[in-house]
Design a protein around this ligand. Structure first.
Ligand SMILES: [Cu+2]
Length: 485
C-alpha cells in the first residue's frame, strides 16, 4: 500500500501544479518551467492504440548481473509496419536491467554497427574510470568491450537507463532506437512487477529511421511518432480503481514530456535517483533524460495519459530565428479498465538515501554558462564559450568537497543540464528558492534564466562529462569535462 494522504496535504501540493513558483520541486511546478499553456489540464477520456508490451527483464542474482548487449540494425515491428531501427538484443527498447544496491553489472557490449558506439549508464552513482561508466570509451565497428559497473552498497533505488554516448553520434543512435531501462530496488518482481514505460520518439521515412537536417539538429530533433515501449499509445489493461506503479523514462532525443496527471490521483514517489515522500501532482514535466516513479489509480473508463503541447523556446536570434519549438499534444498510453488484468504490487515508497544538503557547508562555487552563437558557418552550442574537447579538463574538483554550481542559460532555448556520476540537489530556479529536497541528474535550465544546484563530490575519482541532454546539442559541442581527484 502506498502512504495515505490527508486531503489538506493533497490540496497544498496540488496547488504547485497550477502556477505558483518555488513552492517545491522545480519540474513538478511545471508551469514555472517554460510551458505557455494554461490550466491544470487532465487526462482525457479516450482512445486506445496497440497492445501493451514491455521489454524483457534481466535480473541480477547473488550480487551480479552478467549480460551481453549486441548492438545491431534490425527490422522491428512499429505499430504493424516493419521499420529498420538500431537495437540492443534485437528489441526497441533494449532489455530492462533489474539491479540491487551493491550489485556488480557486467556488460559485454558487442558492436555490430558500421559506426562506433559505447554505453552510458545514465544516473547510476558509479565510477566513470577505466571500464566503468566511461563516456570516453570507443567501441569500433565489429568490436566488443567489457564494462564492469560496481554499484555501491548505499546506491539509491530508482529508475535509470542506458544509451550510447559516443560524441557526435549520440542523437542519431538514441533516436534510432538505442535505449533501455535500468531499475535499482530491493523488491521482488516475481509476483507483480511495476510497469516499465520507456518513452521515446522517432520519425520513419522509407522503412528506416529518418535522417535530420542541420536546422533540425540545431533545434533538437523531435520525432513524429511518440512511443511507449516501442508502440504508439498502447492500451494498458488494469482493473478499475487499482493502483498502477509506472517507472517512466524520457528517452526522447529532444522532446520534453509535460505529463497531465489530473484525474489519475497520481503520486510522484521519485524523480531520477531522488526519492521523496509521495506528492500528489496534476502535472509533471520530464526533460530529456529525466525519469519518474509514479503511482496512478486506474479510472472507471478508458483514460489517456496525455502529454500537453510543450514550448521550449526559440531556435535562434535575429536572422536565424526559427519557429517556436513546440512539441504537439500526444498520448503516452491509454489506461483500459479490465477486471481480469493483473494488479502490480505497490510497495511502500522507500526513503531517500540522499541527505538534504541545504544546511551543508559549501567549499566552492562556480558558474557555468550555456550559450548559442553564430560562428563557423552555423549556430554553435557552447558551455563557457567553448565547444567540447575531450582532451581538455574544464572543471577540476576536489574529492570530499561540496560545491554549488550555477548554470546560466543565455540562449533563447531551454537546455536540460546533465552531470554524470554525481547527483545535483536543486537549490533555486530562476532566482526562486526550491524549498523541497529535489535531487536530479538532469536539471532543466529554461531560456534566459539560471539554476543553482549543490553537489557532493564524495567519491569516484576520475574524469567524466556534463552536457545538454538535447542530444543534438551535445553532439554539436554543448559538453564539458570534469575531473575529480
Ligand atoms: Cu541544449
Amino acid at each position: 500500500m502506498s502512504r495515505a494522504f490527508t486531503r489538506r496535504q493533497a490540496l497544498t501540493i496540488g496547488a504547485i501544479g497550477v502556477g505558483s513558483i518555488g513552492v517545491g520541486a522545480a519540474g513538478l511546478a511545471a508551469s514555472t518551467l517554460g510551458s505557455g499553456s494554461a490550466g491544470s489540464g487532465s487526462a482525457s477520456t479516450g482512445s486506445s492504440g496497440g497492445a501493451w508490451r514491455e521489454p524483457s527483464v534481466l535480473e541480477s542474482a547473488d550480487g551480479v548481473l552478467d549480460v551481453t548487449l549486441r548492438v545491431a540494425e534490425r527490422e522491428v515491428d512499429l505499430g504493424g509496419s516493419s521499420v529498420r531501427m538500431l537495437t540492443y538484443n534485437k528489441t526497441v527498447p533494449g532489455p530492462t536491467l533489474h539491479l540491487r544496491p551493491g550489485d556488480l553489472l557486467r556488460i559485454r557490449l558487442q558492436n555490430d554497427l558500421a559506426d562506433p558506439t559505447n554505453l552510458h549508464t545514465h544516473g547510476l552513482l558509479v565510477s566513470a574510470a577505466d571500464n566503468g561508466d566511461n563516456p570516453f570509451v570507443r567501441v569500433g565497428p565489429g568490436e566488443s568491450f567489457d564494462y564492469e559497473i560496481q554499484l555501491p552498497d548505499d546506491h539509491p533505488s530508482g529508475v535509470f537507463w542506458y544509451h550510447p554516448h559516443h560524441h557526435g553520434l549520440v542523437a542519431d543512435q538514441v533516436f534510432a532506437g538505442l535505449y533501455g531501462a535500468i531499475i535499482v530496488d530491493e523488491e521482488d518482481w516475481s509476483v507483480a512487477p511495476p510497469r516499465i514505460v520507456v518513452v521515446s520518439d522517432v520519425t520513419v521515412a522509407g522503412g528506416s529511421v529518418a535522417g535530420v537536417s542541420g536546422m533540425e539538429q540545431m533545434m533538437g530533433r523531435t520525432g513524429e511518432i511518440l512511443l511507449a515501449n516501442g508502440a504508439h499509445s498502447p492500451a494498458l489493461p488494469a482493473p478499475a480503481g487499482s493502483q498502477q506503479r509506472l517507472l517512466l523514462i524520457n528517452a526522447c532525443t529532444s522532446r520534453y514530456l509535460d505529463l497531465r496527471l489530473g484525474g489519475l490521483d497520481a503520486q510522484v514517489r521519485g524523480i531520477d535517483s531522488g526519492r521523496r515522500s509521495p506528492l500528489t501532482a496534476d502535472r509533471l514535466v520530464l526533460a530529456p533524460g529525466n525519469r519518474a516513479d509514479l503511482v496512478i489509480t486506474t479510472p472507471a473508463e478508458t483514460t489517456d495519459l496525455v502529454v500537453a503541447a510543450y514550448d521550449r523556446g526559440q531556435a535562434g536570434m535575429g536572422m536565424m530565428r526559427g519557429g517556436s519549438l513546440t512539441s504537439p499534444e500526444d498520448i503516452v498510453l491509454s489506461l483500459v479498465p479490465d477486471a481480469s488484468a493483473a494488479v502490480p504490487t505497490v510497495a511502500e515508497a522507500e526513503p531517500g538515501t540522499h541527505r538534504d544538503l541545504r544546511q551543508s557547508q559549501v567549499d566552492a562555487t562556480r558558474t557555468l554558462t550555456m550559450s548559442m552563437g553564430m560562428g563557423g558557418g552555423g549556430m554553435r552550442f557552447l558551455i563557457d564559450g567553448r565547444e567540447f574537447d575531450p582532451d581538455r579538463v574544464d572543471q577540476a574538483v576536489t574529492l570530499g568537497t561540496i560545491e554549488d554550481w550555477t548554470i546560466v542559460n543565455t540562449s533563447p532555448m531551454d537546455h536540460p543540464f546533465h552531470l554524470h556520476v554525481w547527483p545535483m540537489q536543486v537549490l533555486q530556479v530562476g532566482g526562486d528558492e526550491v524549498t523541497d529536497p529535489d535531487v536530479r541528474d538532469v536539471v532543466d535550465v529554461p531560456a534566459g534564466t539560471s539554476v543553482t544546484v549543490r553537489i557532493v563530490f564524495d567519491r569516484f575519482p576520475g574524469r567524466t562529462v556534463y552536457h545538454c541532454h538535447i542530444l543534438d546539442h551535445e553532439d554539436l559541442g554543448m559538453m564539458g569535462t570534469i575531473e575529480a581527484g
